[in-house]
Design a protein around this ligand. Structure first.
Ligand SMILES: [Zn+2]
Length: 163
C-alpha cells in the first residue's frame, strides 16, 4: 500500500487516517498485521502516528521451539520531504525512539514497507517463548545445571543467631 503526500496536502487538515491490514508471509501466513495510522503533512514534515498490531511466529532462543507472540505498540515517526530544509528538522523535538527519514522529494510513502520496518524494530533481541522457559530437556543434559561458586559456600555456614 502506497500513499501520496501531495494528495494528503489537499485534504482539509492535511491528515489522512489509514486502516491498514496486510499479510506478511515472513511474519505470519494466517494473521494479518493491522494498523490504525494517521498521516499528517506539515510543511516539510510528514508525521505517521498510531497503533500497530501483529501476531508473529517466532523461534525461542532457549528451547528452539516455535511460538507465537502478540505485538501491540504505538508509533510516532517522521519523514522529511526534503533534506535541504535542515533547519526545520532541528526545530522538531524527536524522541529517541523515532527515526527520521528523508524522502528526497519523492511523493510516495510505502506504508506496507513502513509497517514492516516498525514491526521488525519491535522484535526483541532475545526471543523467549515463556518467562519460565528453561529450555529443552534434551538440551539441558548437555548443559551443566549450576556452577557452584566456592566463594558463596561460606554463606551456607553462616548461622543467624537469635536471642
Ligand atoms: Zn522456549
Amino acid at each position: 500500500m502506497k500513499i501520496r503526500i501531495s494528495e494528503i496536502e489537499n485534504i482539509e487538515g492535511k491528515t489522512r487516517h489509514i486502516s491498514f491490514s496486510e499479510i506478511y508471509n515472513e511474519f505470519n501466513k494466517d494473521v494479518p498485521v493491522t494498523a490504525e495510522l494517521d498521516v499528517n503533512v506539515s510543511g516539510n514534515v510528514v508525521k505517521i502516528s498510531g497503533n500497530i498490531k501483529a501476531v508473529l511466529n517466532l523461534v525461542c532462543d532457549i528451547c528452539l521451539k516455535d511460538f507465537t507472540k502478540k505485538f501491540d505498540f504505538d508509533i510516532e515517526e517522521y519523514f522529511m520531504k526534503d533534506k535541504l530544509k535542515d533547519t526545520y528538522s532541528n526545530e522538531l523535538e524527536l524522541d529517541e525512539n523515532s527515526f527520521t527519514e528523508d524522502l528526497n522529494n519523492e511523493d510516495e510513502i510505502d506504508i506496507s514497507n513502513f509497517v514492516y520496518q516498525c514491526v521488525i524494530l519491535n522484535i526483541p533481541n532475545k526471543l523467549v517463548c515463556d518467562i519460565n522457559c528453561n529450555g529443552d530437556e534434551n538440551l539441558k543434559k548437555y548443559i551443566k545445571k549450576e556452577i557452584s561458586d566456592p566463594r558463596l559456600e561460606i554463606f551456607k555456614q553462616i548461622k543467624i543467631e537469635k536471642e
